[in-house]
Design a protein around this ligand. Structure first.
Ligand code: AMP
Ligand code: MG
Length: 289
């Protein structure tokens, strides 16, 4: 918990030093991330209206861009993942994303920011918390940016469906997976105009088998494009009506990412299980405090 707490401080300090403003998290809203994998709905009724518990603050980040140009949020997410995921060492059903968004930014800019931020935080932890790392017997290597890049197509061809964990086990430094196919992600990820069928998206994969660190990319921001992408997924437009009402008036282009804090803590500490990164872990399928 000492390192976990320090990690939150270091990320926030770094982003503030670059001119970012921290937003308080949204917990309930009529709109949340639909995600691209199955989770059970988490809803509550308030005043006769249905609210979702946040699966991510993606839509709120895009709306926040109307007012602020560089934001971050420590955003608690509830994702009721299938209980078979409890043994991956990477999944909780309540976790916190460090959610970052930059107005008028492109993918390159955001990837560079991620690299600098992660290197900066790892350096500080090594410098300031060497005794704790020693206690955990963790030998942390400071990665050297720019991190290696592979396209989704390449890794899929090489390693098949389970590429995330294979790439991670083979890597000795963080590696980017870029150009994710349109069907593999959500409608709000921007399709590459120069590479139709693929997104201006990226995932960062930790080395040593720790799996995915973050996902991010550029966003669809033109109303007609958003509608087109929702329809292409055969999703019900009315599910997103509060978001679409605002998008119709105009959104800014933006790019950003979400980095799981518990997964980052697990990687830094070299822990086998994600549930050991926090005091009250929510383990899929279990009754948890
Ligand atoms: P996503 O947008 O779904 O890629 O989520 C952003 C980041 O949040 C991921 O890259 C992970 O670091 C983290 N994350 C996603 N789902 C979970 C989960 N069930 N438990 C812990 N961390 C998660
Ligand atoms: Mg992801």
């Amino acid at each position: 918990m000492g390192i976990h707490s320090k990690i939150r401080k270091l990320f926030a300090d770094y982003l503030r030093s670059k001119g970012f403003i921290e937003l308080p998290p949204v917990i309930l809203s009529p709109i949340t991330d639909p995600l691209n994998h199955p989770t059970a709905a988490a809803q509550v009724k308030c005043y006769g209206k249905t609210y979702q518990l946040m699966q991510s603050m993606i839509f709120h980040k895009q709306i926040a861009m109307l007012y602020l140009d560089k934001i971050f949020v420590f955003s608690p997410n509830i994702r009721i993942e299938p209980s078979r995921l409890r043994r991956t060492g990477r999944h909780l059903f309540e976790f916190t994303q460090l959610d970052v968004e930059v107005r008028n930014a492109d993918r390159e800019e955001v990837m560079k920011l991620c690299e600098e931020m992660i290197v900066n935080v790892i350096k500080s932890i090594k410098r300031e918390d060497g005794d704790k790392l020693e206690f955990l017997k963790r030998r942390l290597i400071i990665p050297d940016p720019p991190f290696k890049r592979i396209t989704y197509k390449e890794v899929y061809k090489k390693y098949g469906k389970k590429f995330e964990i294979i790439v991670s086990k083979k890597a000795d430094a963080p590696v980017w997976i870029v150009d994710i196919p349109i069907d593999a992600r959500e409608f709000y990820d921007r399709e590459d105009p120069n590479n139709p069928g693929f997104l201006r998206d990226m995932d960062l994969i930790y080395p040593e088998g720790y799996g995915e660190a973050l996902s991010g990319g550029e966003r669809e921001y033109i109303y007609e494009r958003i509608l087109y992408r929702i329809r292409k997924k055969n999703m019900d437009i009315s599910r997103f009506k509060e978001y679409l009402r605002i998008a119709k008036k105009g959104l800014y282009p933006s790019a950003g990412f979400g980095l799981g804090i518990e997964r980052f803590t697990r990687f830094i500490c070299g822990l086998k299980r994600i549930e050991d990164t926090t005091l009250f872990p929510k383990i899929p399928g279990r009754l948890c405090l």
